[in-house]
Ligand binder design. Structure first.
Ligand SMILES: *Cc1c(COP(=O)(O)O)cnc(C)c1O
Length: 367
């Protein structure tokens, strides 16, 4: 154990166990928050300091606080799962910590040490352990670390003060009545990210940029948007908040799963990365490659591309059913969840909930 640098100032009035259990019976996603949060400050010349665990509550910000105007903000998302022995473990927090550093570099923000990121998550989960849903299903405690520029003033420059915060929210099973495929709107005129932009950083600005296309998808009866590259409008990149996988099957070569190459405008998902390995564990080939929209459609129609799915921390794996664009529409695996998709989903979830052996050393147990 490293020396704790986070001072514990827990709430004198946490929610009663009865009230908490009422929430945990049907938590939904991102609607309820635990009793506490962790905050750590950064100031130029002084670095990281004043780490605290405090009661969950509003932040007080001057209206001229930098982040409110110029969006210098980054975030992460990861989950803690109840294990069969009643303990709690987080899935790959080190990967999220490193990605948080990469996002910070891109947005000219200070890098939080990996150990401090993990310690902040540990301290919060330890304190609010009662909020981690009981073992059994896919329920988890979703952690949302984020950092904002807190310097006051309207000058445009990297801020000289920042606040790092971790909050936590219990999450129910993403698919309440069984896994259901999502429908996808192919956005041919709006892009999420551009070469040299910040598509590979986890920052709120990318989400702000995606909301209009998401609303257009809804008008076309679709759940999610798939984005193409910004230059040729040809290469499939990802959804607004999930990466994509294509499942190829042929009698001679077996099963192969393919995910778009990280070109700089895609977000490097931890789930995406994990599935490259989980697929190999299951005896499938897995690879990164560029996939064009024309190839997606042609390979579906000629029967070699048998399933498509999206992946990310919140839903783990979501099958893709219908794909719609201005130019037409097609269906993936008869609009049903594919068998490779479901097998990968089960295999990854089994590692996360501690039912399968953690051969990759991904689970971080609370001490
Ligand atoms: C967070 C995110 C993902 C998924 O990443 P995970 O680490 O698997 O949760 C994919 N795309 C975007 C744009 C994201 O912000």
């Amino acid at each position: 154990m490293t020396t704790p640098t986070i001072e514990l100032k827990p709430s004198a009035h946490p929610l009663s166990e009865a009230e908490r259990n009422k929430i945990l019976a049907a938590p939904g996603f991102g609607r309820h928050f635990t009793d506490h949060m962790v905050t750590i400050k950064w100031t130029e010349g002084r670095g990281w300091h004043d780490g605290q665990l405090v009661p969950y509550g509003p932040l007080s910000l001057d209206p001229a606080t930098n982040v409110l105007h110029y969006a210098q903000e980054i975030f992460e998302g990861l989950k803690a799962y109840r294990q069969p022995d009643g303990s709690v473990a987080m899935f790959r927090p080190d990967a999220n910590a490193r990605r948080f550093q990469a996002s910070a570099r891109r947005l000219a923000m200070p890098e939080l040490p990996v150990e401090t990121f993990i310690e902040a998550c540990d301290v919060l989960v330890q304190q609010d352990k009662g909020w981690v849903p009981a073992h059994g299903g896919e329920e988890s405690l979703y952690l949302r670390p984020f950092m904002i520029a807190t310097e006051v003033g309207l000058g445009v420059k990297p801020a000289n003060e920042y606040l790092f915060v971790v909050i936590a929210s219990p999450a129910g099973a993403y698919f309440a009545g069984g896994v259901k495929p999502v429908s996808i709107w192919l956005s041919e005129n709006r892009v999420r990210a551009v070469p040299g932009g910040m598509g590979d950083a986890k920052t709120g600005g990318n989400y702000a940029a995606s909301l209009l296309a998401q609303a257009e998808a809804a008008v076309h009866g679709c759940d999610q948007v798939a984005y193409l590259d910004a230059v040729e409008h040809k290469w499939v990149e990802e959804l607004g908040g999930m990466n994509l996988y294509f499942v190829y099957e042929d009698a001679a070569n077996g099963t192969r799963i393919v995910t778009p190459t990280l070109t700089g405008s895609l977000l490097a998902g931890v789930t995406r990365d994990s599935l490259l390995s989980v697929a190999r564990d299951l005896g499938y080939a897995s690879q990164e490659a560029r996939v064009s929209i024309d190839q997606w459609r042609a390979d579906t129609e000629n029967g070699t591309l048998t399933e498509v799915f999206a992946c990310g921390t919140a839903a783990v794996i979501t099958p893709v059913g219908t794909v719609k664009s201005a130019g037409g529409e097609w269906t993936q695996s008869g609009g049903e969840p594919g068998k490779v998709t479901l097998k990968l989903r089960e295999a990854l979830l089994d590692i996360q909930r501690g039912v399968a052996e953690d051969t990759h050393g991904w689970m971080h147990r609370l001490g």
